[in-house]
Design a protein around this ligand. Structure first.
Ligand code: HEM
Ligand SMILES: *[C@@H]1O[C@H](CO)[C@@H](O)[C@H](O)[C@H]1NC(C)=O
Ligand SMILES: *[C@@H]1O[C@H](CO)[C@@H](O)[C@H](O)[C@H]1NC(C)=O
Ligand SMILES: CC(=O)N[C@H]1CO[C@H](CO)[C@@H](O)[C@@H]1O
Length: 358
């Protein structure tokens, strides 16, 4: 009896914690026109639960998938908006897609596979025209963050798939290299209407995942970057005996697989991996934000959720604009129908509103 009462109390406490944490995560930027919360409530109310349980299992087997899906979302949104153009294969005629641009060399194939598997699963459960590929990607990123220990937040939905991918030049232009300083980063993010708080919070994505030697080798060779902690540099040199060694290391040395605020503690100890990370603590404009997040994880989580929703709404295609719901995330529909895969960038444009009518 006593234990049942205790159990009930525990349950009540758990519910309280849940409801208070979800209300504290409620700070949200304005929702982009055409997107909404609960977009799938009628069409397929179980869509988000399907995504979550799929990822729960997949990430339990491979924690790296969480990092891979988070980074995929970032790359998709920074290049030509969150239109899932990152998922499109190149054309057999030789047209290179975003996937094939140099920054994507290190996007993990496990992330592309998980999105394809999820797309197929949702097709079976909800019908083919329900959840778009650019709707899937932010949901997968959100659940990945949460499953790795980070915040949960609501994702406004209703994006349509883009019909073409960006050029190689556009990719290089949109994604800042890891050698960027804060001035360059603020410039790149400013073009997307993201500010200094967004920059510091979103860079906190580097609390999970890995990086390969060529991404930071220039901070070790020919001479060690003086802002880098000497012990840390020594460790990195063991992993990367040469600037371009084909090897990798954790982005966050303290808790490599946990989504927490230790990345900011790394920065305060001069143990950030990239110049783009470490400069956040060197630059007077962003240093106070780094310090705040290092001592207050909930301040980080709150800003991260806010900034992710903002990032997830960059140039989305909705309602009256031109887009479609791709049947396969890697190929536009017309090419699937033609059956040859030799799709061209000039596609039959499906009117969004029309394609959404079920
Ligand atoms: C601010 C500018 C950014 C730069 C310069 C940058 C750069 C990089 C680089 C160079 C890598 C390692 C690639 C490799 O060598 O394997 C990386 C990995 C990663 N980045 Fe960023 N990034 C930035 C922003 C972001 C944002 C906004 C997010 C997400 C919110 C993010 C999430 C990740 C994740 C999760 C990984 C690990 C991926 C994996 O383990 O597969 N990054 N980033
Ligand atoms: C940032 O990098 C740019 C380009 O390399 C350089 O011109 C500028 O001086 C740097 N800014 C700071 C504050 O270091
Ligand atoms: C890769 O890194 C590990 C340590 O992280 C190191 O023991 C190994 O020697 C490195 N491999 C190469 C080829 O340098
Ligand atoms: C995951 C993926 O498609 N990666 C590609 C990145 O680009 C290179 C070419 O630059 C391709 O070989 C990879 O397959």
């Amino acid at each position: 009896m006593a234990s049942r009462a205790a159990g009930a109390l525990l349950l009540a406490a758990a519910l309280l914690v849940c409801s208070s944490s979800s209300s504290s995560a409620a700070r949200m930027p304005p929702i982009a026109k055409g997107l909404s919360l609960g977009y799938y409530d009628e069409r397929c109310p179980q869509a988000e639960a399907i995504v979550f349980s799929f990822l729960q299992e997949a990430i339990a087997k491979d924690v790296g998938l969480a990092a891979a899906l988070l980074r995929l979302h970032f790359h998709d949104c920074f290049v030509q908006g969150c239109d899932a153009s990152i998922l499109l294969d190149g054309t057999p005629a030789g047209g290179k897609s975003e996937k094939q641009a140099p920054p994507n060399l290190t996007l993990r194939s496990s992330a592309f596979k998980a999105v394809d598997d999820l797309r197929a699963l949702l097709d079976r459960e909800c019908g083919g025209t329900v959840l778009s590929c650019p709707g899937l990607v932010p949901l997968a990123a959100r659940d990945s963050v949460h499953l790795a220990g980070g915040p949960w937040y609501q994702v406004p939905l209703g994006r349509l798939d883009g019909l073409k991918f960006a050029s190689q030049e556009a990719v290089l232009d949109a994604l800042p290299p890891p050698s960027s300083n804060v001035t360059e980063l603020l410039q790149a993010l400013g073009k997307l209407k993201l500010d200094d708080n967004d920059l510091v919070a979103l860079s906190g994505g580097h609390t999970v995942g890995i990086a390969h030697c060529p991404s930071f080798g220039d901070r070790l060779y020919p001479k060690q970057d003086e802002t880098m902690d000497k012990w840390f540099a020594g460790q990195l040199k063991l992993t990367c005996p040469k600037k371009d060694t084909d090897n990798s290391t954790a982005n966050d040395i303290r808790t490599p697989d946990v989504f927490d605020n230790k990345y900011y503690v790394d920065l305060m100890n001069r143990q950030g991996l990239f110049t783009s990370d470490q400069d956040l603590y060197s630059d007077a404009r962003t240093k106070p934000i780094v310090t705040k997040f290092a001592v207050d994880q909930s301040a980080f989580f709150d800003q991260f959720a806010f900034s992710m929703v903002k990032m997830g709404q960059i140039e989305v295609l909705t309602g009256k604009q031109q887009g479609q719901i791709r049947k396969r995330c890697s190929v536009p529909n017309a090419a699937v129908a033609a059956g040859d895969g030799a799709w061209s960038v000039v596609e039959t444009v499906v009117d969004a509103a029309e394609s959404l009518v079920l």
